[in-house]
Design a protein around this ligand. Structure first.
Ligand code: PLP
Ligand code: COI
Length: 354
């Protein structure tokens, strides 16, 4: 399929790279493609960034038939543009689509579309330390109908946002609140997908965590409320003694691409990494006995985010004295080194945009 390009006649002013924040500024163009039953995905185009008209009855507005992805483009010091494992994002997006009854799309074509869009808006890729261009592909149902059925008409869109660190203080350790009242996902539900609805139902826990001075919520399993799952926008890892532990992908947790990469990196460096069930009681006990050495979250937006404090009921666990752990720092340096082209990509994770 050909991608038609219509360039904007009025480019916007570029933002101050030191004040980007996360996801508040958008570039000059966006990618759009339509799905209509009988025709499949068609009419791929790059157009000026702007509002999308929707019928008030558009299904996404009522029943949240929507999925999204998040990846980044990085500008190397030599001026090259790099994407990190975009094929994994597109594979996961189709997995999300399947669960939400959204028709599959051609993953290779989607990567081509993302690269084309990044190329059109390449002057928007920031170069300041720790900044990148966040890529947000998403698909939503537009049929004008309030009956509950899988959509027959959808839009696939990609927008771009120059970003700095996800958390205001960069790689500074974050304080995380273990949620006991609300749940995010159960096995059989949509926890393993990037359905927008997962995030809507997690807002309440997030709000309460913030009220108590914590930046995000650590979700426990929705059935026994005992096992660690993931944080709002990150997977989690704990170093207990000499073992690195991360919750197994049981169906209610997002299979993070950063998570996968960190597991592969750690194993390549000889660490013992186990994907298994980890109860909050085991964590409390490991902390009490001095065996909980480090904790960190992993995600595209958050990169590697050390966890300096965990609150579970009345128990407040300070981890590694609230400082960045040695392994967390090594992982941050290695991963960002590969992403920004400072370290050779021996893992085959980078795709360049040419
Ligand atoms: N878990 C949730 C709920 C997320 O939203 C994210 C972010 O995408 C992650 C984990 C990390 O996934 P990834 O490393 O693919 O960005
Ligand atoms: C990401 O890391 O890409 C995310 O999607 C996290 C968040 C902004 C929802």
């Amino acid at each position: 399929m050909e991608i038609k390009i219509q360039r904007t006649a009025s480019p916007k002013e570029k933002p101050d790279q030191n004040k980007l924040g996360f996801g508040k500024i958008f570039t000059d163009h966006m990618f759009l493609m339509n799905y209509d039953e009988g025709e499949g995905w068609h009419d791929a185009r790059i157009v000026p960034y702007g509002p999308i008209a929707l019928d008030p009855a558009a299904m996404v507005l009522h029943y949240a038939q929507e999925v999204f992805e998040g990846l980044k483009a990085y500008r190397t010091s030599e001026g090259k543009i790099q994407l990190f494992r975009p094929e994994k994002n597109m594979e996961r997006m189709n997995l999300s689509c399947d669960r939400l009854c959204i028709p599959a799309f051609d993953e290779e074509f989607a990567i081509k579309a993302i690269k084309e869009l990044v190329k059109v808006d390449q002057d928007w890729i920031p170069t300041a330390e720790g900044t990148s261009l966040y890529i947000r592909p998403f698909i939503f149902a537009v049929d004008p109908m309030v009956g509950v059925h899988p959509a027959k008409h959808l839009i696939f869109a990609v927008i771009l946002s120059p970003v700095g660190a996800y958390y205001p203080n960069g790689i500074e350790p974050v304080k995380i609140f273990v949620e006991q009242k609300y749940v995010r996902a159960v096995v059989g539900g949509t926890g393993f997908t990037k359905a927008g609805a997962n995030y809507a139902i997690s807002l309440k826990g997030q709000e309460e965590a913030e009220k108590q001075g914590y930046v995000q919520t650590l979700w426990l399993d929705g059935v026994e409320r005992k096992y660690i799952e993931e944080v709002g926008a990150m997977n989690v890892f704990f170093i207990i003694g000499n073992e690195v532990v991360t919750p197994a992908l049981v169906g209610s947790i997002l299979g993070g691409i950063t998570r996968l990469s960190i597991i592969e990196l750690l194993r390549s460096k000889g660490y013992t990494v186990n994907e298994r069930r980890l109860s909050v009681d085991e964590l409390v006990e490991a902390h009490r006995s001095g065996n909980l050495r480090e904790a960190f979250g992993t995600g595209t937006a958050a990169v590697i985010s050390p966890i300096g404090e965990l609150k579970y009921g009345d128990t407040v666990m300070k981890i590694n004295d609230g400082k960045i752990g040695e392994t967390s720092q090594m992982l941050y340096d290695t991963l960002t080194g590969i992403q920004w082209g400072r370290i050779p990509d021996t893992m085959g994770w980078i795709q360049t945009v040419e």
